[in-house]
Ligand binder design. Structure first.
Ligand code: SF4
Length: 470
């Protein structure tokens, strides 16, 4: 079996050929990045906040069993139900069973990356339920039948005209592409959906262990509607998304909002302690929390990659990554794109054939690690993943051969010199305007978009000794 999925190159070529996508991605990420820098400066001593964030996340992840038990006890004490899903398939089954039990035909959702991770929508639609995403960006990509291209701005790659074209068949009449028209259409559509929703499915930015509370951060208020109007609420959560108490939540919310969108605070920060108690005016009568493992336990047990669980999914690393900014999210092929997607996907999916390319989607410039509000050493983890791929024997034979040859020449100085002299004489068919710009495969992958300096007839050492002689 080949060690490399050939569709990776096709996706990258497609993204690189799409000038609009590249421009839109660069513009949007520039805006988010500049907003983050301003918001961080405003807070003062941002590095101290980052250190605090890292300390909290490292502590929680190191004591995950304790905080998970505490959270589960609290939720069950309040009358909620907790389901521990080892795999995405198990998580889907838990949700399907709840939907079936309530014979629910209308399911409304607020943004949840876990639901993307477990591919929930299609599974529910196959059961005959109508699933409506109520976050504007998620709604757009749901209609388009695409995965998100950014964890915070899922429809970043779409123009307003493309959005209007997607909405028109649903509206049943022509729509202009101005923002007020499009948002008015979605607002009316969502109102209907909120009122019809029998089950609400939400994500969870953080769960507070000592109170059993669920925290959701949105900018449209849809999370609040999804978690208060339907009679039944299901919340999906990755098993690491905990904070011990409200004290730590304060730090994490400051870091999350500023890093994600550059806001001091997101427009709606919803904190719920469901289900509805007798004294509550509203809220779900029945509450289910589905906690997903999906190889997170394996990551937790691996000291090298454990820090990857510290991520708070703010997307700041996407916005500074020179690779993401050129190709956008879909070229990665995974639910999580950007630097954190390149780290977490091979670990979650444990499939080197399908996802082994991702740690190489990085220039290793370190901008992602600098931007991360919880100081995740992303570039370091990417190098370690590359090493693990090689040590595990998951690289193509040709790559082994190339590195063997490289090692041979660089440990045999005389042979290297001879080879370079020969190379400088034989390279002429590949040289144009003084640079190597024509290549044969696999060199052509490089020369198709860049040039290389031509091999000099004299080595540096030769030139150096000539200089000393003169
Ligand atoms: S790795 Fe850091 S910057 Fe990237 S999404 Fe996670 S918390 Fe944000």
């Amino acid at each position: 079996m080949t060690m490399y999925d050939p569709t990776v190159d096709q996706r990258v070529d497609k993204a690189l050929a799409n000038d609009f996508l590249r421009l839109a991605t660069r513009r949007a990420t520039d805006r988010l990045r500049n907003n983050r820098v301003k918001a961080a400066e405003e807070l003062g001593d941002w590095q101290k906040w980052r250190e605090a964030g890292e300390t909290i996340r490292t502590h929680v992840v190191a004591n995950l069993d304790f905080y998970l038990k505490q959270l589960i006890t609290q939720i069950e004490k309040q009358g909620g139900h907790v389901h521990l899903a080892k795999t995405p398939a198990e998580a889907v089954t838990f949700v399907k069973n709840i939907v079936r039990e309530h014979k629910a035909k209308n399911v409304i959702k607020s943004k949840s990356m876990i639901s993307e991770e477990i591919h929930l929508n299609h599974a529910l639609e196959d059961e005959g339920s109508t699933v409506i995403e109520t976050d504007l960006g998620e709604y757009i990509i749901q209609i388009a039948g695409e995965p998100p291209s950014h964890i915070i701005v899922p429809a970043m790659h779409k123009t307003r005209q493309q959005v209007a074209d997607l909405f028109e068949p649903i509206a049943g009449h022509p729509l202009t592409s101005d923002t007020p028209t499009l948002t008015r259409f979605v607002r009316n559509k969502m109102r209907e959906s909120f009122l019809q929703g029998e089950i609400g499915i939400t994500g969870c930015n953080f769960a507070v262990a000592d109170t059993g509370s669920i925290v959701m951060v949105t900018n449209e208020g849809n999370g609040r509607m999804v978690s208060t109007l339907p009679r039944v609420q299901i919340t999906l959560m990755g098993m690491e998304r905990l904070v011990p108490s409200f004290r730590e939540l304060d730090v994490m919310l400051n870091l999350l909002a500023r890093s994600a969108t550059g806001q001091k605070f997101s427009s709606y920060t919803t904190i719920l302690t469901p289900p509805k108690q007798a004294s509550d005016p509203d809220g779900p009568e029945e509450f289910h929390l589905v906690i997903l493992d999906h190889n997170r336990s394996e990551i937790l047990g691996d000291k090298t990659f454990r820090p990857a669980l510290n991520c708070i999914r703010c997307g700041a690393c996407f916005n500074v990554c020179p690779v993401y900014r050129q190709i956008g999210g879909h070229a990665y092929g995974s639910v999580y794109a950007g630097p954190i997607g390149a780290v977490i996907t091979p670990l979650l999916e444990n499939d080197w054939y399908k996802w082994g390319h991702l740690p190489f989607f990085s220039s290793l410039c370190g901008a992602c690690s600098e931007a991360c509000p919880v100081r995740l050493p992303l570039h370091d983890l990417l190098v370690k993943l590359r090493a693990r791929k090689v040590v595990g024997g998951h690289t193509p034979k040709i790559e082994h051969q190339i590195f063997k040859t490289y090692r041979f020449f660089f440990t045999h100085e005389k042979t290297l010199r001879k080879a370079l002299r020969l190379g400088s004489k034989l390279q002429w068919p590949l040289v144009r305007n003084g640079r190597i710009s024509v290549g044969i495969p696999p060199l052509s992958n490089w020369t198709n978009s860049r040039t290389l300096p031509k091999v000099s007839p004299k080595s540096f050492m030769q030139m150096w000794s000539e200089l000393n002689r003169n």
